[in-house]
Design a protein around this ligand. Structure first.
Ligand code: TIU
Length: 226
């Protein structure tokens, strides 16, 4: 029986061994995706992120069925904001800032309703959730240690937003030697131009940062494995 999957991708096919591959779901939090959260307070239309939800749900179901490791990240801060740089809190001159009370609780604060993952993509109790203070998931977290301890060398990358936390995390992962497959319909941006540019940047120059594919191509590859 075949154990490796071949996923059609750009700039060329991506091969993966399910045993050494993890699905990474980046920051699919209410604060970015629902009205009344950080994303909206920054001046964005949160509906632009909604098309990524359903394809990510399908990929999550397939990865769970195939027993791939699933990890989530959440961007946010300790309730005392001791891990939030003042420069981040001041940025944008927002009326409701990080740490302030909003309709979904304190904005981007751990333990608050808005900080948690949207209901459609809730983690299972067995799945790892990495809380991160920055945009990149490797900065000031134990993500790299965890991935190495469980023998993960390839990442299937999903989440929001494409040019901020997804791109930063993918670049951090690439520099640490992980092979990254970004699923273009499972990542989303508040800016359609940035969505396109991010995916182009990742796959350009022979896949200088990683590979780009789609949820349908990944699911096809799972089917072909039998
Ligand atoms: N503002 C924006 O596009 N993104 C973030 O602040 N965080 C993430 O991308 N998760």
């Amino acid at each position: 029986m075949k154990t490796h999957l071949t996923v059609e991708a750009e700039p060329y096919e991506f091969t993966l061994d399910p045993a050494s591959t993890a699905l990474l779901v980046i920051d699919m939090q209410r604060d970015f995706i629902l009205p009344g959260g950080f994303g909206e307070f920054l001046g964005n239309k949160v509906e632009l992120l909604h098309p990524a939800i359903e394809p990510t749900r399908r990929v999550l179901a397939a990865c769970r069925q195939r027993r791939l490791t699933v990890l989530y990240t959440r961007e946010g801060h300790r309730p005392d904001l001791s891990d939030c740089p003042p420069s981040k809190r001041e940025r944008g001159r927002l009326k409701i800032k990080i740490g302030d009370e909003g309709p979904m609780g304190r904005v981007l604060v751990r333990g608050e309703y808005g900080h948690d993952i949207i209901d459609e993509l809730s983690p299972l109790p067995t799945e790892t959730v990495i809380d991160k203070p920055g945009k990149g998931a490797f900065f000031a977290t134990d993500l790299d240690l965890i991935l190495r301890n469980i023998g993960i060398s390839s990442l299937i990358v999903t989440g929001v937003t494409s040019e901020v936390c997804v791109q930063t995390t993918t670049r951090e992962a690439n520099d640490r030697g992980y092979r990254c497959l970004v699923l273009e319909d499972c990542v989303a941006s508040y800016f359609p131009d940035f969505q396109r540019a991010t995916l182009d940047m990742i796959k350009a120059q022979g896949g200088i940062v990683g590979w780009v594919s789609t949820s349908a191509r990944l699911l096809d590859a799972f089917e072909n494995l039998g």
